[in-house]
Structure formats: structure tokens, C-alpha cells
Design a protein around this ligand. Structure first.
Ligand SMILES: [Zn+2]
Ligand SMILES: [Zn+2]
Length: 209
């Protein structure tokens, strides 16, 4: 039997129907919203974005952005990139045993900012000094710098008569890298200030290579 969509007047002979409405009218009534423009913090130096934490804009981050901003019921979704900070989220929505796709376009508005790592780096901040001493200084300092880069920053590289001193952003990362490279170090702490009522130490790692 032919049905007529009460909203747009189209006949069921020419369109698929869901209940009383044609597919288009049914989809347009679905209460699933996503803002057309979503603002995210963007580090202009390392080009990372901040959603939960600072990280590169990848598939996971995009999905988190949609999850945080979409309102309504859906089974699942995926995100398509349309270039130039334009995206489309394709939601799978169910109605009884029927499944259909609901598409919502959105753009990311990148708000320029500087992440903690980059602002520390540009201000010359460091948490640790790695002193490299011994016979194979060149080889080992190159290896250590290679391991550190990408995980933290090396704000200074000082060539001394007795070896090389590296000024490094994160002492936790230094410990991890020395562990990976199986290098033993002599550690000493030096008080350099108080932050939020707690004493803050800079750590020196001395390595013989
Ligand atoms: Zn209709
Ligand atoms: Zn950054």
C-alpha cells in the first residue's frame, strides 16, 4: 500500500520509509548533534593538539573529539577527513532491526598555543644534566641524544675538555633512556627551588663510557 510522508509529502513508491516518515525526514528528525565547529588547542611549535593530553592529531584523537562532543544515541561511528581541518563523522544509528548512517560534518578550529614541553624548551628549562665521560664520548652522546629526542628535549649540549654535558627536559625520560641503553650512572640531586611548597631538585647523571 502506498504511503505518503506527512512531513514532505513524498510517496513510499519513490523513497524508503521508516515508520510513518520517508528516509530523509526520518533522518532529519534524529536527535544526534555534533557542533559544526570544535575548538582545540594547538601547539604551533610541535603541532600537537590537546584533547586529553598533548599529542599528534591521529585517528584516536579525532574519535575522542567526536565522543566528547556528540550528543544523542548511536551504535558506533567513524571519522572521515575531508582536508583542510574539515571532517565528517559517520554514525551508525539503529531503529529496531534497521541500521542507518547519520552523517555530521564538523571543522576543527585550531587555537594557537604552546604546549608545556615546547614552552619549557624555549625558556631553557631543564630537569636533568647528563654528564658523559670516558673514551667513547662522541659515540655515546650521539646515541643518548637520539634516544631522548622525540620523548623530551635537550636544551643545551655543552662540549667540555672532560666530556659532554646534556641539559635535558625530563629526568624521568633520562632514567628510561639510560635503562634502555643499559648504561649505569652515578646520580646526584641538587636543590634548585621550591614549587607549590615542595622542594624541587635537578638531577645529575654521570656516566662513564
Ligand atoms: Zn519526508
Ligand atoms: Zn609543543
Amino acid at each position: 500500500m502506498e504511503r505518503i510522508c506527512p512531513r514532505c509529502g513524498i510517496s513510499s513508491g519513490t523513497k524508503k520509509f521508516f515508520g510513518d516518515f520517508c528516509e530523509d525526514c526520518y533522518l532529519s528528525k534524529i536527535d544526534l548533534t555534533l557542533p559544526e565547529r570544535i575548538e582545540v588547542q594547538f601547539c604551533k611549535i610541535c603541532r600537537k593538539v590537546r584533547v586529553a593530553k598533548w599529542e599528534g592529531l591521529n585517528k584516536n584523537v579525532l574519535e575522542n573529539i567526536v565522543k566528547k562532543n556528540a550528543k544523542g544515541n548511536y551504535e558506533s561511528f567513524h571519522v572521515l577527513s575531508c582536508g583542510d581541518n574539515q571532517y565528517e563523522a559517520v554514525f551508525l544509528v539503529s531503529n529496531g532491526s534497521d541500521y542507518f548512517e547519520v552523517r555530521r560534518k564538523f571543522s576543527l578550529k585550531m587555537n594557537n598555543s604552546t604546549c608545556e614541553e615546547c614552552s619549557r624548551e624555549t625558556s631553557g628549562y631543564y630537569e636533568a644534566i647528563v654528564q658523559i665521560r670516558g673514551k667513547n664520548i662522541e659515540k655515546w652522546s650521539a646515541r643518548i641524544v637520539r634516544e631522548l629526542r622525540g620523548r623530551t628535549f635537550v636544551s643545551k649540549y655543552i662540549q667540555l675538555d672532560e666530556g659532554v654535558d646534556l641539559y635535558v627536559g625530563s629526568k624521568k625520560t633520562v632514567a628510561e633512556v639510560l635503562d634502555v641503553l643499559k648504561l649505569k650512572s652515578k646520580v646526584s640531586d641538587q636543590l634548585y627551588g621550591v614549587k607549590d611548597g615542595r622542594r624541587v631538585y635537578r638531577r645529575t647523571y654521570c656516566i662513564r663510557v
